[in-house]
Structure formats: C-alpha cells, structure tokens
Write a protein that binds this ligand. Structure first.
Ligand SMILES: NC(=O)c1ccc[n+]([C@@H]2O[C@H](COP(=O)([O-])OP(=O)(O)OC[C@H]3O[C@@H](n4cnc5c(N)ncnc54)[C@H](O)[C@@H]3O)[C@@H](O)[C@H]2O)c1
Length: 379
C-alpha cells in the first residue's frame, strides 16, 4: 500500500470527549482503510498540568492552553472541538475562517443565531464539517435506517424516544458547566435531547411542531469550582417533548438526568403500519424488529444481533457475535470524516452543520414552548 498523506489533528478539550476522540483518532487506521494518516499533533485544554498528563497518555505531540493559538497554526488541518457548548461557535467560526476541517461535539450551539453563523462560516470556507451525533454510527441504528429506507416499516406514524440518566439524583453532586445556562445553553434538553432529536429526525422525519414541559427539581448545588459553596442551577432538570413530524407522524422524547437507576438509557421505538423497531443504547449491538408480514402464528419482535459482515462498519471489527461498544461509534465517525475530507464533493458526511441548525431550531422551539406553555412551530 502506498504511504498515505498525513493529516495534522488538534483536539480542543481533554476530558470525557477528549479521551473518546483521542481513542478514535488512534484506532481508526488500524481498523479502516483511511485515505489519510491522522497525526495527533496538538492537544488543548484549560488546565496545563492535567493536559500534559493527558497528552502523554494519549500520544499528543504538543500542548497549548490558548485555543486561539491552536486555530492560528498553519500546520493544523483538523480542529476537533470537544469543548463546553458555549465555546463551540467562537472556535468553529475561527477554525472555518482559518480553513480547518471541523469535527464538532454536540450540542451544536447555544442558540439558533450562533448555529446559523457556524454554518455560514463553514460553507463560506468550503471546509468539511461534522457534528458528532455519534449514535447514528451504531451499526444497529444504521440497520434501522436501512429497514426504514426499504419500506419495511411502511408509513411511520409514531416515535417514542427517551434519553434518561441519573447522575444528578444526588443533591450533593457538584454543579459544573453543564448545569448553567450561560455555558450549556440548557439542561438535559440540550445535552441529551439533541442526540434524541437527531435520531428522530434521521430515522423518522423532521419535527415540525411541538410542546415542551420542562421542570426544575433543584435550583442550587455545591460548586465544583469552589467546594463548600452553593451555586445556582438555572437549567431545567427534566424536559419532555410531544411533537409532530413528517406528514402526519406524532412522537415523544423524554430527557432527564434525574432518572434513578438509569445510567445512559437512550432508547427509541418507531412504529409504522407494516412494522416496528425498538433500540436501546445500553444493548447497542441489537435491534428489535417486528415485521408485520410474518406469519401471525410466529410473529413477534425479533432480536437481531447486528454484527454480521453485511451490517455497516461490522466487517471492519471482529467475526460475527464479537460485539462492539460505545467507543466504536466515535471510530466510525472519524473514519467517515476522513473519507469526506478525501472526497468533499460526495457530500455524504452527516450529521453536519446543516443538521446542527435543524436540531437547534427544534431545541429553541422547545425552550419557547416551555416558557409559553403552548405548542410552537419549529420553523
Ligand atoms: N457525543 C457524546 O456522546 C458526548 C458525551 C459527552 C459530552 N459530549 C459533548 O462534548 C463536549 C465536551 O464535553 P465533556 O463532557 O468532554 O466536557 P468536560 O467538562 O469533561 O471537558 C471540557 C474540556 O474543555 C476544556 N476547556 C474548557 N474551557 C476551555 C477553554 N477556554 N480553552 C481550552 N479548553 C477549555 C477543559 O479543559 C476540558 O478539557 C460538550 O459539547 C458535550 O456536550 C458529547
């Protein structure tokens, strides 16, 4: 095989997503035939000492605490944004203007105005832009997309989604940036709901109209930055959406970080007039499929183990039945991102900043509805 050209990557953010992305940048060319060899060039984070330890562990060549200097570097090809939400727009716009390809974490932006500016900057620069709603890249979700595309569900009428976590049940859990409107945009609606909305729109159709019920259970917590001091929590604790999608579909999405016993319970059920699907992230190698054309005597949800070489991404890993996990969805995302850089005209890389705008429209309409207590149109 001829040597591949190198692509210098800078990662911004070195904690949870910093680790998940670093792993993906390392693994991708071991399992996928990539058009480029990613070079883990530079890691950026706000805390110099933990950043140095991170860079050492994950093999990033250099470190920097000022993201502006990273974006200005001529030798960087890709900016990987794994930062708190309030930084996404400023960084992404600067990166696009500097001609860097962008791999950006969700939720896309703090509001629709920011989202639109990010999209305009990316389009004007002609760079490849990717928004990391990584759950699309579970082979089981891709199989759901394929079955729906083949018409196996018929006309889709109902969507039932939930993204439930429990890490805030304890009132002593400290408040970090995810619990402040000014840094997170909103609470679980933004953080978890953006993923759930992305899957609903990817598989069932665009959300057109909605009503949102948001609730705050706790409005102050110990501050992570100043132990012993209580600080305000000004984002919702739980939010439920009811919505209409496509031509005449109806759906629901529940989001919370207060669901006792639920760690990362991201699920959907989708019902058509010919069939139905049920998916659960915590059992992500499987997809349940009810095929209404089966004989009535033996009909029922079949539980498909999505590890066959015919399933998307599966042949790049292990023999059938040798299951994969959460981190693999990030590797798949990086593989597709690198392919898109090699062939930007293909326009096949999704979700991208266009999807970021579409999702942010739904999120903003949800906040409007939570305030007004009425149905809101998305557009
Ligand atoms: N796709 C997923 O499954 C998933 C899961 C969790 C989080 N996320 C998203 O990833 C992003 C990061 O979340 P996280 O959980 O990794 O956050 P985190 O709090 O664990 O890490 C944030 C990082 O940003 C850095 N940072 C903060 N301010 C900075 C600044 N001014 N300059 C440079 N670095 C700065 C911090 O040093 C830290 O490394 C968020 O958008 C979040 O919503 C996505």
């Amino acid at each position: 095989m001829p040597p591949r050209s190198k692509l210098n990557v800078a990662i911004l953010g070195h904690r949870f997503m910093g680790r998940a992305h670093s792993n993906a940048w390392h693994q991708v060319s071991r399992f996928f035939d990539c058009p480029f060899e990613p070079v883990l060039k530079l890691a950026c984070g706000s805390d110099a000492s933990s950043l140095a330890a991170f860079a050492g562990r994950w093999g990033w060549e250099e470190t920097e605490t000022d993201w502006r200097k990273v974006v200005e570097r001529k030798d960087i090809d890709v900016i990987d944004i794994a930062l708190p939400t309030f930084l996404h727009a400023e960084v992404a716009i600067a990166a696009a203007q500097a001609g860097k390809h962008i791999f950006c974490e969700k939720p896309f932006a703090m509001n629709l105005a920011e989202a639109e500016r990010m999209l305009s900057a990316a389009r004007a620069a002609g760079i490849v832009h990717y928004l990391n709603h990584n759950y699309r890249r579970c082979p089981s979700v891709m199989l759901a997309k394929q079955l729906i595309g083949q018409g196996r569900l018929g006309k889709i009428r109902q969507w039932r989604g939930a993204y439930l976590q429990s890490w805030l049940v304890d009132p002593d859990q400290p408040a970090d940036w995810k619990l402040r409107k000014a840094s997170a945009g909103a609470g679980p609606l933004w953080d978890l709901g953006s993923h759930a909305i992305d899957l609903a729109q990817f598989l069932a159709g665009d959300i057109t109209r909605l009503v949102c019920h948001a609730k705050q259970f706790i409005n102050q917590r110990p501050l992570a930055s100043s132990p012993g001091t209580l600080g305000a929590v000004d984002v919702e604790c739980a939010a439920n959406l009811m919505f209409e999608f496509g031509e005449d579909g109806i759906g629901t999405i529940e989001t919370t970080r207060y669901a006792t016993g639920r760690e990362n319970h991201h699920t959907f059920e989708v019902y058509g007039d010919l069939g139905a699907l049920s998916w659960d992230l915590e059992d992500m190698n499987r997809l349940q499929f009810f095929d209404g054309s089966d004989e009535p005597s033996s009909r029922g949800f079949r539980n498909i183990l999505v590890t066959d070489p015919t399933h998307q991404y599966a042949k790049n890993w292990w023999p059938p039945g040798h299951i994969i996990g959460y981190e693999h969805s990030f590797v798949h995302a990086v593989a597709d991102f690198l392919s898109a850089i090699a062939d930007p005209a293909s326009g096949t890389l999704r979700p991208d900043f266009h999807d970021g705008v579409r999702i942010t429209r739904v999120l903003e309409a949800s906040l409007r509805s939570a305030d007004s207590g009425t149905w809101e149109n998305v557009n």
